[in-house]
Design a protein around this ligand. Structure first.
Ligand SMILES: *Cc1c(COP(=O)(O)O)cnc(C)c1O
Length: 375
């Protein structure tokens, strides 16, 4: 019989599909929603999550690296899979073999794809261009687009089928940055179009939620698919209030003990019991994605009550104050992320305490614990 870890991550397939459908409704039937499933679907499991989105009708998937695209295709996923970070030298052929969609930002990448296509006796390769409209990250700068295009014209069998960019602050509805970037993107699209049809896509979850004018021909949703607003605060009126967190994380109490007043807890004795206290030990530490910055700061749920973290978070263990659940015993369920009775801890709650964002909290808990899929 297989032995399971105490720590479990639960993913609701229903929540994933609900979030996909919510986004589809928000952007309208004419525009595909690309499911961004990089980083193992933000901790939700790339293959399983992609299958759930596919069951809900999704036909477009986005990954960061080529290996992820290969893994997805090998798992049997149909549809278009966009590889957004480029590919290692000499691996262009793999992209073609697995019918992945390359996003390129250099002529060298186009040449490598062209060569691979010629070697395979393959026809035209469709590519998407990545433009840096102000993110200050990956992509061709608008001023370099004309030079890029004239070089690309000399590359055999490469056809630009789409153009994409990315917003740095679409999670802030009042920031003027987004529509300024959008205007730069429109300029580049006009330059590129010259009669042919291009798939233009720039909106991330922030664009989907806050800026309908950026939806273009397709949107790329990440965090919203997993149930969170990129800004961390669901706006009551917007679609983010309809999203449902899909991931929860639970563990079990290992030991319960009563310590006298004045007892030091965990490494460095950063917590000293001010009175006799009931302390629980849980098998969840920074190795499991429970951030060490939650030392003396975090909370978990036991018997429907909040139990504060006391002392330093260790590699595999953390101590919690069971004053609110004195009758807790070894084996009782502890919710690290998610709902228990009337209480809930969200990825945003954890992120607020450690100066991070829901994205990182989900990736770390999700990718470092065993996952169970539920409906
Ligand atoms: C991750 C990613 C997205 C999704 O961003 P969210 O804020 O999670 O919606 C969109 N586009 C690109 C290129 C990405 O890398």
């Amino acid at each position: 019989m297989a032995v399971n870890s105490f720590n479990r991550v639960r993913i609701s397939r229903t929540a994933l599909k609900h979030n996909y459908n919510t986004i589809v409704k928000a952007v309208g039937p004419a525009r595909p929603v690309m499911a961004m499933v990089k980083a193992d679907a933000y901790g939700h499991g790339m293959v399983e999550s992609s299958r759930a989105f596919a069951e809900a009708g999704c036909r477009y998937f986005g990954v960061a690296e080529l290996v992820e695209g290969v893994r997805l295709r090998t798992a049997g996923l149909a549809g278009d899979i966009y590889v957004t970070l480029g590919f290692p030298k000499n691996s262009a052929g793999l992209l073609l073999d697995h019918r992945l969609t390359p996003v390129i930002y250099s002529v060298e990448q186009a040449r490598a794809l062209s060569l691979a296509a010629i070697r395979r006796g393959q026809g035209v390769v469709g590519v998407h261009l990545k433009i840096d409209t102000g993110m200050g990250r990956l992509g061709i700068l608008p001023k370099d687009v004309p030079g890029f295009l004239s070089q690309l014209a000399g590359v055999d069998r490469i056809e630009v089928r789409g153009v994409m960019s990315h917003f740095p602050m679409a999670d802030v509805p009042q920031a003027s940055n987004t529509m300024e970037a959008m205007a730069r993107f429109d300029d580049v699209c006009r330059e590129l179009r010259n009669g042919s049809h291009l798939i233009r896509h720039i909106a991330n979850s922030g664009g989907v939620i806050n800026f309908p004018a950026t939806h273009c021909d397709m949107v790329r949703a990440g965090i919203a698919l997993y149930g969170y607003d990129p800004a961390g605060i669901p706006l009551p009126a917007g679609i983010s209030s309809q999203l449902r967190p899909a991931l929860s994380c639970v563990t079990r109490i290992l030991q319960v003990k009563t310590l006298p007043a004045g007892s030091g807890i965990s490494y460095g004795h950063t917590y000293i019991t001010p009175r006799p206290m009931t302390i629980g030990v849980i098998p969840m530490g920074y190795e499991d994605g429970f951030d060490r910055a939650l030392s003396n700061k975090g909370e978990v749920l036991v018997h429907g009550n909040r139990a504060p973290v006391v002392g330093r978070v260790c590699m595999n263990m953390t101590m919690i104050d069971l004053s609110g659940a004195e009758d807790a015993k070894p084996g009782d369920e502890v919710v690290v992320l998610g709902r228990q009775q009337l209480e809930e801890i969200t990825a945003d709650d954890i992120a607020d305490r450690i100066d991070s964002i829901s994205y990182e909290v989900l990736c770390r808990l999700g990718n470092n614990n065993e996952r169970d899929y539920i409906e």
